[in-house]
Design a protein around this ligand. Structure first.
Ligand SMILES: Cc1cc2nc3c(=O)[nH]c(=O)nc-3n(C[C@H](O)[C@H](O)[C@H](O)COP(=O)(O)OP(=O)(O)OC[C@H]3O[C@@H](n4cnc5c(N)ncnc54)[C@H](O)[C@@H]3O)c2cc1C
Length: 396
């Protein structure tokens, strides 16, 4: 590449992720054991420019496209899944916000590029679960903005967050709830941690539960227009679901590499060769590679799809395609890690072994959005020509 003043050399974010993943892997076991937040890793992601990856070039960021983002996140997750998942809320979140544009997006670019700000997003709520388009958090209009009251669960990355991407519902002219998105600088008052994250998997993601109490949010911090949040999300969904899938694919790839490396040199007393010579080990490793290849093909086919055209011709179909892909990739990733456990045997369960952490982390892929039952329902109805949003849901 010719480097001129107008086109400074840009960072290769996949190479950067590989380099950082090596270092993060060395700290992953301790962060997992302690269940603390990897502030050290996030600080390196900020100082290396990784967190500016998806900020547009014209706003001083890396301008990474979806494939570069996914390849980088996949590499990072193989080193420390919790760190990759925590920063995923930031790197895909800013890409979605960039798609909406406006003053809130421009303020976020500046905060990320100039001050190293990090975004975390809270859409899930107790009693709402993954049905994020029905927030129960209330946005009450007041002079100059809104007062937000409600609860948020699973707020990944909260310990390092400088900007909170929040959903809430205000009441429209007909008295109906209208979902609204806000991108708010972390406030001094109005947000309280009610339960620290203490979970079996993704232990170092700081996915705390929060209470929003009379949190004042200025009008200027609204993202897009009231009521358009679900549509905005659908239009940028490829950033969300492809990047989610890439994290869980990375965990599975890391598990395969670990298991292959160990079986090449491992011997058992009853064998005169390495464990790699056992047919069961060979077949399972072959099966892992097959499932990994299927997951990779599905993910990168979705990454390279013509999203702009799909959004115009069939936005719901686009959302469903991306959702089906994310669920399939995460299911395959879970199967790959389960096979890795079987290949390794009982030692895989030992706390000191990286596979048990991968096993606990990869399960989260089955639980994070999009909800697999809702996806199956929408995909089946869409394919069969049954109205997807007809009520009651099982008629129409
Ligand atoms: C590690 C981790 C990190 C997360 N980080 C974040 C984050 O940063 N921000 C955020 O907003 N959220 C986050 N989440 C939460 C996530 O978005 C989901 O809201 C949460 O996991 C609950 O979703 P669920 O659908 O699995 O369960 P629930 O919504 O509690 O559902 C319970 C059961 O009901 C079923 N179900 C629910 N709704 C329907 C429906 N409409 N139709 C049919 N069946 C249904 C589900 O399949 C499930 O079997 C995180 C979750 C995890 C596990």
């Amino acid at each position: 590449m010719t480097v001129t003043q107008d086109s400074p050399a840009r960072t290769d974010f996949v190479a950067l992720a590989r380099k950082l993943a090596g270092r993060f892997a060395g700290r992953a076991a301790e962060h997992d054991r302690a269940g603390d937040f990897p502030h050290d890793n996030i600080a390196e992601l900020v100082s290396s420019g990784y967190t500016a990856m998806t900020v547009p070039r014209e706003h001083g960021g890396g301008g990474a496209g979806l494939e570069e983002l996914c390849r980088a996140q996949e590499a990072l997750a193989a080193g420390c899944a919790s760190t990759a998942f925590a920063v995923n809320m930031h790197v895909h979140g800013i890409a979605m916000i960039a798609g909406i544009g406006g003053p809130a997006a421009e303020r976020a670019y500046r905060a990320i590029v100039e001050d190293g700000a990090v975004i975390a997003g809270g859409f899930s709520e107790p009693g709402v679960g993954g049905n994020w388009w029905h927030p129960t958090t209330k946005a009450q209009p007041v002079k100059g903005g809104y007062l937000l009251n409600g609860r948020k669960g699973f707020f990944t990355g909260f310990p390092a967050a400088d900007l909170l991407f929040l959903s809430a519902a205000r009441t429209d002219d007909r008295g109906l709830p209208e979902p609204v998105g806000f991108l708010v600088p972390r406030p001094e008052r109005g947000v309280r941690v009610t339960a620290e994250w203490d979970a079996a998997g993704m232990r170092a993601t700081g996915s705390h539960s929060l209470l929003l109490e009379d949190l004042f949010v200025a009008d200027a911090h609204m993202v897009g227009q009231p009521g358009t949040l679900p549509l905005m999300f659908m239009q940028g969904v490829h950033w969300a679901w492809c990047s989610f899938a890439s994290v869980f694919l990375g965990i599975a790839r890391g598990a395969l590499e670990t298991v292959v490396r160990e079986q090449r040199s491992r011997t058992l007393h009853v064998l005169d060769r390495t464990v790699a010579h056992l047919p069961g080990v060979q077949f399972r490793v072959a099966e892992m590679r097959t499932r990994l290849a299927a997951a990779e093909a599905h993910l990168y086919q979705a990454v390279r799809a013509d999203h702009d055209a799909a959004i115009v011709t069939d936005p719901l179909g686009h959302y469903i395609e991306m959702s089906v892909m994310k669920n399939s990739v995460c299911r395959l990733a879970h199967e790959v890690v389960t096979l890795a456990m079987q290949v390794q045997g009982g030692s895989a369960l030992m706390s000191a072994h990286p596979l048990q952490r991968a096993y606990r982390d990869v399960v989260a892929g089955l639980l994070v959005p999009p909800n697999s039952d809702v996806t199956a329902e929408w995909a089946g109805k869409h394919a069969l020509g049954v109205p997807v949003f007809a009520e009651p849901r099982w008629e129409g």
